[in-house]
Design a protein around this ligand. Structure first.
Ligand code: FE2
Ligand code: FE2
Length: 364
């Protein structure tokens, strides 16, 4: 600063210097940001999806913690130190993650939490995201569509389709009353239309339970056409509607990873569903005992085998039909999802699917 002719202090050059320095720092910060947020795919200003990550990608994006494990270093020189292995995910898939430097873990990492991750992708038995830094994202600030898939089919259309089939297929007055109790329970219907059908195996997206139920009902309608004399149409369609209703309480549709609820883990959807249907039947005066027993049998036997979670195997014609319709819907969706995930890859064979216990050949 200088003194001018009138004796006042003149700050001009000093301010100019300060402004120049500020411009320098802003530019340096911008260059640093560009450098750190540029990957082979370009600027990482939006969401970077797992499916697009490659070896060498720099990552600055949100991922949900699907699983995590804290492990100790085995080297004697690093005794007492630990590292964290993670499975991170988004709507497009999952990737392994690793935190070598445990000192950056300021708060315990929890499953279903969304992290804003800064790191690099490397090759280690497949892709692995080495995390240099991370912060926890508040649940309210997360764009749910990045983490929870939604059924591609229109929910209203599926619901209308289901109601149409049921109205023409179910003529038994007791079963009609039971279905009306379900339709009039707004919370139950909302849960039914929103729930996933599974955490990961099939129809694992919002609206998946409705889509799977509609598929099972449609398959049952075909079986009824093949065996009109053997199958009680009202009973089979009603059981198809309710067979997985327990999933509404088995999975937490609010969770980014569709975590199982405590009730779901402890009881499973078969027991929960049985309990829900029993409760509805209790409010119907003079509901026939044998009809109740047959319907309950179909709910508890729909997994087909004791080792697949059914306390009893199917022992009626309708129960057999329901088991196979359920299995067909689940299996075909599993294969369809596996093939879709494989689309665009050079090999004709999909990756190994541990639930199907095989690869699938996709060449046309
Ligand atoms: Fe089931
Ligand atoms: Fe099912």
């Amino acid at each position: 600063m200088f003194e001018d002719e009138k004796g006042a202090f003149y700050y001009g050059p000093f301010f100019l210097h300060v402004i120049k320095m500020q411009v320098f720092f802003v530019l340096a910060g911008f260059i640093h940001f560009i450098k750190n947020h540029t990957s082979k795919g370009g600027l990482c200003l939006g969401k970077q999806f797992v499916k697009d990550l490659k070896v060498g990608s720099h990552v600055f994006s949100q991922f949900v913690v699907v699983a995590h494990k804290t492990l100790s270093f085995s080297a004697p020189s690093r005794q007492g130190e630990y590292f964290i292995k993670l499975l991170l995910g988004d709507v497009s898939g999952t990737i392994k993650g690793i935190i070598w430097n445990s000192s950056m873990v300021r708060m315990p990492i929890r499953t279903d939490e969304v992290l804003l991750v800064n790191g690099e992708v490397e090759e280690y038995n497949g892709l692995q995201l080495v995390i240099n830094d991370y912060s926890i994202v508040e649940k309210e600030k997360v764009n749910r569509s990045h983490f929870q898939a939604t059924c591609p089919r229109d929910n209203d259309e599926m619901w209308r389709g289901l109601l149409e089939i049921v109205s023409s297929a179910v003529s038994n007055e007791h079963l009609t009353r039971l279905l009306n109790i379900f339709y009039n329970d707004q919370d139950l219907v909302k849960g039914f239309r929103l729930s996933p059908a599974a955490k990961s195996i099939h129809h694992n997206y919002l609206g998946g339970l409705l889509e799977h139920t509609l598929e099972v009902v449609e398959i049952c309608e075909h079986l009824i056409k093949l065996y009109p004399e053997e199958i009680d149409r009202s009973l089979l369609i009603t059981a198809a509607i309710f067979h997985d209703i327990g999933k509404i309480e088995e999975y937490n549709a609010d969770s980014f990873t569709f975590e199982q609820t405590d009730k779901g883990k402890l009881l499973g959807h078969i027991t929960i569903g049985l309990e829900m249907v029993r409760k509805m039947i209790e409010s119907i005066p003079s509901f026939p005992d044998d009809l109740k027993m047959k319907l309950e049998h179909m709910i508890i036997s729909h997994h087909g085998e004791k080792e697949w979670g059914s306390p009893e195997v199917p022992q009626t014609f309708e129960a057999f039909a329901l088991f196979h319709a359920d299995l067909l819907s689940a299996r075909l969706k599993q294969i369809s999802q596996l093939v879709k995930k494989h689309n665009g890859k050079p090999s004709a064979w999909t990756e190994w699917d541990r639930f199907l216990g095989r690869r699938v050949f996709t060449a046309k």
